[in-house]
Design a protein around this ligand. Sequence first.
Ligand SMILES: [Mn+2]
Length: 289
Amino acid sequence: MNDVTMSAQNTAVTLASGTTPPWLNLPEPRSFRPPTKHRTVWISDIHLGTRGCNAEMLVEFLRSIQCDTLYLVGDIIDGWQLSKGWHWPPAHNEVVRRILKMAHRGTRVVYVVGNHDEMLRDYAGFSFGGVEIVNETVHDCKDGRKLLITHGDAFDAVVMYARWLAVLGDKAYSLLLRLNILLAAIRKRFDLPYWSLSAYMKRRVKNAVEFVGRFEEAVARAALERGLDGVVCGHIHTAEIRKIGDITYYNDGDWVESCTALVEEPDGSFHIIDWALTKRAAAAAKAAA
Ligand SMILES: [Mn+2]
């Protein structure tokens, strides 16, 4: 719709004052739908700069929504690709442009840094083009609950040593978290990329379900220790809403494998949007009509 409006405004300049610009009478483009309003939207693991990124799908999704707050939950731009050769088609620019446009129009945009975009960690606390950069943050829900917002890579080590931790207990758990941060810092110091333990585990562990389960429990535990009600993360490319004890675990999925987002509606309810599924359902409804 924006393109129509913009070209129409240019036309209007040439019209004599007092006449109704003809474009005012134009019907809406057939594809136009008013944007769906959400209170909050979470997306992560877009991996801009890689061939796997489904940027066109994401642009469509962003065009279809309106929200008060948009959280970008890490691995938005894939900095690791820089050393291997940059893949940046126009659709990737369009994703960035859409997000900046949303920020410009009043959406609060918060960028939580992940492991593939860790070069942004040094800018945590700063704001660029209306986009706030943070390492992690807390979201206030409509219903009063507080959610930890974190990418999730810090919990890779916990997943790997889950069996030992069950034996060793709480102190080992927090020690391990600190060790993982130290290890990442050392690897960075020597210009080694962050070692994706989660990707390694996904390849190695035959039972991927077991891996995902362990990751979810580790993240939920961090929320519990901080006295929060839940956690939203990404990182493992598996969208999910699940109750773990008193904690609600949310994962917003990704835009490489699944094309999913997590949303909080104006009434305070949460759900996962599967964009490919939404598109298929809309196409089927159109065919049936
Ligand atoms: Mn990640």
